[in-house]
Design a protein around this ligand. Structure first.
Ligand code: MG
Length: 315
């Protein structure tokens, strides 16, 4: 109890255990399941589907749900259907827990998207194993989904992911009124590099530069993606122009420090980058619906940096 209390008061503590939501109108059933999973998972109980939906739609949704079927007002089937309707809760695995005596319509539950059925009275190790199995399956599925957003060569986020993050941060900035900064970065004379050293070394160069940029951030929200070819994009949420310029200098210096030889570059004897920066606060009045204007501006600034002789920052 003491340990539990201490944890609750410590807001910096991060509980990595999976969150399990148990839904049942019968108090004893809830207590039995809570007892079974106590310690292993973060358990939350709801005596009816309305309350369970509130938990599911909260900022800390459950990783898996065990639900009774026969409940007053909203039954387990309807509860399941509501979760599947919403993109935020669609992926949560749902396991139905039913008594053998209850009339079961398994096909209906599976059609609604439930992943499993457990019948009461149950064998505790079996229930635990089933819950663990479905949590593992969900984690593997998440990994696969993430692959679609990773650039295979550099292993940093790809253009598709960038579009998502940029859009999200733009809308967040519109809500908060804070500026968002964007950098578009280009490796100088990369074609000459490939011509001289070959595409294998070119790929190595892209990987090194990408990794260095990804490691150069100090804040968790800063984000870098491969934008295409030898171009990268960096999103800096809640970042005014001056601070963005500081970060740009850090990145420029970090790439210099790699000291990757580039003997045919007219700029320097090593691989260098050019950076264009744009900072904006979305103007709700001007109907800035998308970050297009910010991206255009950063693009123009990159062009300016290049026309000034490259290996520099334009903002
Ligand atoms: Mg019931």
């Amino acid at each position: 109890m003491n340990d539990f209390k201490r944890r609750g008061n410590n807001i910096t503590h991060q509980d990595k255990r999976a969150k399990l939501l148990i839904v049942d109108d019968n108090k004893q059933n809830i207590e039995m399941l809570m007892e079974l999973f106590r310690g292993e998972y973060k358990t939350v109980a709801a005596r009816n589907a309305q309350r369970a939906l509130k938990v599911a739609f909260s900022d800390t949704p459950p990783d898996i749900i065990l639900t009774d079927i026969l409940m007053p007002e909203i039954d387990g089937y309807e509860f399941c259907a509501k979760l599947k309707e919403n993109p935020r809760t669609r992926q949560i695995p749902i396991i139905f827990v039913t008594a053998v005596s209850e009339v079961m319509d398994e096909s209906r539950g599976f059609a609604l998207g439930a992943v499993d059925y457990i019948t009461k009275p149950f064998h505790p190790p079996m229930v635990k194993a089933r819950v663990q199995l479905h949590l593992n399956l969900r984690r593997k599925q998440e990994l696969l989904e993430n692959f679609a957003f990773i650039d295979a060569l550099t292993e940093i986020p790809n253009r598709r992911r960038f579009d998502e993050v940029m859009e999200r941060e733009w809308h967040r900035a519109a809500r908060t009124g804070y500026p968002v900064s964007l950098m578009i970065i280009d490796i100088d004379h990369f074609k000459l590099y490939n011509d001289n050293y070959g595409h294998g070394r070119g790929d190595d160069c892209l990987r090194s530069v990408a990794g260095t940029m990804a490691r150069s951030f100090r804040r968790a929200g800063d984000f870098v993606a491969r934008y295409g070819g030898e171009e990268f994009a960096v999103v800096l949420p809640d970042t005014p122009a001056l601070q963005a310029k500081d970060t740009a200098h850090n990145i420029l210096d970090a790439v210099d420090a790699l000291a990757i030889p580039h003997e045919t570059s007219p700029v320097a004897p090593h691989v260098t980058i050019s950076i264009g920066i744009a900072t904006m606060t979305p103007d709700v009045e001007k109907r800035d619906q998308d970050p297009g204007r910010l991206i255009d501006k950063a693009d123009k600034k990159l062009y300016e940096a290049k026309s000034r002789g490259r290996h520099t920052i334009a903002d």
